[in-house]
Design a protein around this ligand. Structure first.
Ligand code: ZN
Length: 652
């Protein structure tokens, strides 16, 4: 930890509301949450910020497509992020939205300050713009002279009046910052990348637009109402406006940030533009900008079109939120790309959590019940197990720097060493033998050693698995708080005598995958290969066409609202429907119902949809679901909910 030891300001990026929360968002947020919980436990004054980025052309267009105002649309998606973090118990201190009036005021104040500083001027911008990435690229950066180097979509040439930020002026000061602060960008390999980029020369940055409206207007003093701020100036400023910059500045003493956690795709903005903006505002620079990598699924890139995007809530529901937290932080070296597979997750749960941690507690409960009616004392531990205790304390001391250097996987690896010391001690000393051959004192002291190891590990694991470790602590007769942290970890003291509480196993063994691997469009053979368990189940199924409840739920039925309907050209039977299932965008479904329903009958009505049907092409168009209907000699009727239900409500 550096200069400013008593405060910890920790941020996630503000998430852009053109997307619903996926595993990448959950990963960043859970890392930030872990750091925040740790900081509070360690007695630092902590402020943990997350939120949503809601301005820009992409949002304006997405809202228009759905017949909503940008604000309505932003409210909806922002609400989903907040709801998920609340459900996950994320301990943020503030959830900022860039549409908050205080934020807009703060951004305008910053703009004026930069003008005063002589860092902003007006000119004409001509560049290749990618709407999707909201970024400009120079001719040489484009792929094949036309396509966006980030997302591959076509760019367009834009020429417009714009205000510019003198980024070029900060080239040298930025390089100096990178050189003097070895850990300003984490992992360190990323710092080298950024330095090379900046050494290549910085061009001034266009920071306003006249081509769209949905953004923060320039301050009135500028007298130039047709300009709105370029989204990145607006977005980055959230880290200051959340502390009251340009308004009620009572939280500004949390600045500078201890760490800005980000994904590696937005490193340039955070490691180049942001510190330059801060220098222009005469503010100190953050301690760390820490960029993590991507997640793949079963070795494949995730994408909406492949249908293999991981919904973090689904994983948490299936395997337990805290197990999922542990897995994400333990599985991947920070900064590297990680792969999610249910097998890897199950291995971590059964092995690290179940065998190493959970079983140790169970063995302690069992043995102490037998040998001492559950009573455990630390009194003779140091006398009999000096070496073990010294090793445990050596591990404990290595932990904190690993955490603040974002070496989270190594933190957890190191934290597991005391557990293996404890497990090994049981196997080596065999307390059941000691009890038989008259070495009762040593046997009971061994129980004391194990209890203390579990207690210390529980404290340091607390930021990653808050609820689970509270249960462990309760069983061991203490509570996890700053006092426990100071006593058990910092001072290396031992537990007071206590009577252990019997608790049910914390990590019941997981025998098979709990989430269906759904890979639409994948060849049949591959799809069945992925789920041998399912096959086995079917083989042992009872006869007569009965299915289990689990088999029924393999079919995902959902309520959908038809938002658009039109005839399919040259087809007598088919209608082309856009059906809202509460997902990021409506599903396109081709339905053979034209003989009975016209497009106008259908818009704004609800239907029941098979939501996990493998997409199919009909008349050259993709159909991403099936609508339920019943047909007899009188014709066809759609199956609908009896009362209106929210789009996407599951049926079953
Ligand atoms: Zn792009």
């Amino acid at each position: 930890m550096s200069e400013q030891c008593h405060k910890a300001y920790i941020t996630t990026p503000i998430y852009y509301v053109n997307d619903i929360p996926h595993i990448g968002h959950a990963y960043t947020t859970i890392i930030a949450d872990t750091l925040a919980i740790y900081s509070r436990m360690a007695g630092l004054e902590t402020f943990f910020l997350t939120g949503t980025d809601e301005h820009g052309q992409k949002i304006e267009e997405a809202a228009k497509k759905r017949g909503k105002s940008p604000q309505e649309y932003a409210d909806e998606i922002s609400g989903r992020f907040k709801a998920l973090w609340d459900e996950f118990g994320i301990t943020y201190d503030k959830f900022i939205r860039t549409t908050d009036p205080e934020h807009k005021k703060g951004v305008q104040a910053a703009f004026l300050k930069m003008v005063e500083k002589g860092d902003i001027y007006k000119d004409v911008y001509r560049g290749h713009y990618c709407i999707s990435c909201e970024a400009f690229f120079t001719e040489t950066q484009l792929v094949d002279g036309e396509f966006c180097p980030e997302c591959g979509k076509p760019t367009s040439v834009v020429e417009e009046e714009s205000y510019f930020f003198r980024l070029s002026k900060y080239q040298e000061p930025l390089l100096q910052w990178y050189r003097e602060h070895e850990k300003c960008i984490l992992p360190k390999t990323r710092r080298n990348e950024v330095m090379r980029f900046v050494e290549g020369g910085l061009e001034d940055l266009s920071i306003t637009r006249t081509s769209f409206d949905w953004g923060v207007k320039l301050p009135e003093e500028m007298n130039d109402p047709k300009h709105v701020m370029y989204v990145w100036l607006d977005a980055l400023m959230n880290y200051l406006t959340a502390l009251g910059y340009g308004g009620d500045e009572k939280l500004m003493d949390f600045w500078p940030a201890r760490v800005h956690l980000i994904g590696k795709d937005i490193l340039r903005f955070h490691a180049v533009y942001w510190p330059a903006f801060l220098m222009s505002l005469d503010l100190p620079l953050p301690h760390h900008v820490a960029a993590h990598g991507w997640w793949t699924r079963n070795g494949e890139k995730m994408s909406k079109s492949k249908g293999n995007v991981i919904n973090p809530k689904e994983v948490a529901d299936a395997y337990g939120l805290e197990n999922f937290r542990y897995f994400m932080l333990r599985e991947v070296p920070f900064g590297g790309d990680g792969d999610f597979s249910q097998k890897a997750l199950i291995d971590r749960i059964n092995s690290d959590l179940g065998n190493d941690l959970g079983n140790l507690l169970n063995r302690l409960i069992g043995m102490s019940g037998k040998y001492s009616a559950g009573k455990i004392s630390s009194e003779k531990v140091e006398e009999h197990y000096t070496e073990e205790l010294a090793e445990v304390h050596a591990s404990m001391e290595k932990l904190e720097p690993l955490l603040f250097d974002m070496q989270l996987h190594r933190y957890l690896e190191e934290l597991w060493k005391p557990l293996s010391i404890a497990n090994k001690a049981i196997d080596t000393y065999q307390p059941w033998v000691m009890m038989k051959d008259g070495r009762e004192e040593q046997a009971l002291a061994l129980l004391g050693l194990i209890a203390n190891i579990l207690a210390k590990v529980a404290v340091m694991l607390h930021p990653v698995m808050p609820r689970t470790t509270e249960k462990i602590a309760k069983a061991l007769g203490f509570e996890i708080d700053n006092a426990a942290y100071v006593k058990l970890v910092k001072e290396g003291a031992l537990l007071d005598p206590f009577t252990i509480e019997k608790i049910p196993p914390l990590f019941p063994r997981i025998e098979e995958v709990r989430m269906q691997e759904f890979t639409p469009g994948a060849p049949e053979a591959e799809a069945t290969e992925n789920k041998p368990e399912k096959k086995k189940e079917k083989a042992s199924e009872p006869v007569e066409g009965l299915i289990t409840i689990d088999q029924f739920f393999e079919t995902q039925l959902k309520v959908g609202t038809i938002v658009e309907a039109e005839e399919v050209p040259k087809s007598k039977k088919l209608l082309l429907l856009q059906v809202d299932l509460g997902e990021e965008k409506p599903r396109q479904i081709i339905a053979g119902i034209k003989e009975w329903y016209g497009p106008t009958d259908l818009v704004d009505t609800q239907v029941c949809v098979v939501a996990n049907l493998k997409p199919a092409k009909l008349m050259g168009m993709l159909s991403e679901g099936m609508i339920l209907a019943a047909k007899d000699e009188d014709g066809l009727a759609l199956i609908r909910p009896e009362k209106p239900k929210k789009a996407g409500t599951p049926i079953g």
